[in-house]
Design a protein around this ligand. Structure first.
Ligand code: FNR
Length: 359
């Protein structure tokens, strides 16, 4: 691609060219038939924006708060593993900070929480996996807390790793996870397929359940968000166990294929939660219009997964900055062209879903 990328999809192509196939496939891939992977993006295309005209939009303010923390726009960096296969996590952290964006650091990051914390001053959240050896997860929570992370995002959709066939074919390596150095060995030797999968099945605690939220609360004073909610039933349970927020997510379609595209279940969750806790959203966000649609359906903010990695792989820290800036610019323009001066102005009446068209 000779010219500079003008949108997130073009960054994806640059990343594909820049990365070894094994790593690109790991980042880009989804589970099994990748039906949900495709739908996560396509379901956005079926939602139509209802713009309002003759509104004074000479000033558009995208700023908002997430768990009480100010952010330049309703956009966050989703927790994604293994940035250093492309570029170290500290680069992502610096870019997020420069854009006034909250980053969620993955438990399975290749830089340590300490390295990320000392890379620059910013509000950051820490994503948690619960391991069979609970003391490892507890220690990571303490380290995140000690290093100024402001919330714990418990990923609850991964009792086992989804079946990612590209990783199986490529015999995806299980890289050094500096964050977990000394706590767990990433040495796995399987000639059967994905070493990541073998590592995950050795470590992840498949017995994790709702009562364990009590345990997590007992070991941290940080607010807890549950990531991976896709149904009203689980949204209600999350409110009942008293977490600070939830993330509507299907893990970027990397876990259960044929689980719903996240944007199609957002409203169900919003209606169940009834404003009692904030609802974040991720999956398939590639445009400012996608962010606008998620906000119109009730999300407090969206998290961006793959596009951040594509920016990172293509152009390092600057690439992440540019991806975030592109999405922010696109959202700002969408707001202006829809007659919304602030995120509070974006309402349910600004979008028409497939459901709406049926009724
Ligand atoms: C992820 N995701 C993820 N989630 C999590 O809770 N912990 C993790 O370590 C990871 N790792 C990870 C790696 C890669 C390469 C991807 C693509 C995704 C899921 C992530 O947080 C988020 O839910 C999705 O990425 C959102 O979908 P999009 O934006 O990638 O479409």
């Amino acid at each position: 691609m000779a010219s500079e990328p003008v949108n997130v999809s073009e960054f994806q192509e640059l990343a594909r060219q820049a990365l070894p196939k094994m790593y690109y496939d790991f980042y880009a891939g989804g589970a099994e038939d990748q039906q949900t992977l495709e739908e996560n993006v396509k379901a956005f295309h079926r939602i139509i924006i209802r713009p309002r005209i003759l509104v004074d939009v000479s000033r558009v303010d995208m700023s908002t708060t997430i768990l009480g923390y100010n952010t330049s726009a309703p956009i966050m960096v989703a927790p994604t593993a293994l940035h250093k296969l492309a570029h170290p996590e500290v680069a992502t952290a610096r870019a997020a900070a420069a854009c006034g964006t909250i980053m969620a650091l993955s438990f399975t990051s290749m830089c340590t929480v300490e390295e990320v914390a000392s890379s620059c001053n910013a509000v950051r959240f820490f994503q948690l996996y619960v391991y069979k050896k609970r003391e490892i997860s507890a220690l990571m929570v303490q380290r995140a807390e000690r290093n100024g992370f402001k919330a714990i995002i418990l990923t609850a959709d991964t009792p086992r790793l989804g079946r990612r066939e590209a990783d199986i074919k490529n015999k995806m390596i299980s890289p050094q996870l500096k964050n977990l150095e000394g706590l767990v060995s990433t040495e796995v030797h399987t000639d059967k397929g994905s070493n990541m999968e073998a590592f995950a099945s050795r470590t992840l605690d498949a017995s994790l359940c709702w009562k364990d939220i009590g345990w997590l609360k007992s070991i941290t004073s940080l607010p807890i968000l549950i990531k991976g909610i896709l149904t009203r039933e689980d949204a209600i349970k999350a409110v009942e166990v008293g977490v600070a927020g939830i993330v509507v997510s299907n893990h970027g379609a990397r876990q259960l294929d044929y689980s719903p595209a996240t944007i199609t279940v957002l409203e169900e969750v919003i209606l169940a939660v009834r404003g009692r806790i904030p609802v974040l959203f991720d999956g398939g966000v590639r445009r400012g219009t996608d962010i606008f649609k998620a906000l119109a359906l009730g999300a407090r903010a969206v998290m961006i997964g793959r596009p951040i990695i594509y920016g990172l792989a293509a152009k390092g820290e600057d690439g992440v900055r540019r991806v975030l800036s592109m999405l922010k610019d696109e959202l700002e323009l969408t707001m202006a062209l829809s007659g919304c001066c602030s995120v509070k102005d974006i309402t349910r009446r600004h979008v028409m879903t497939e459901q709406d068209r049926l009724h």
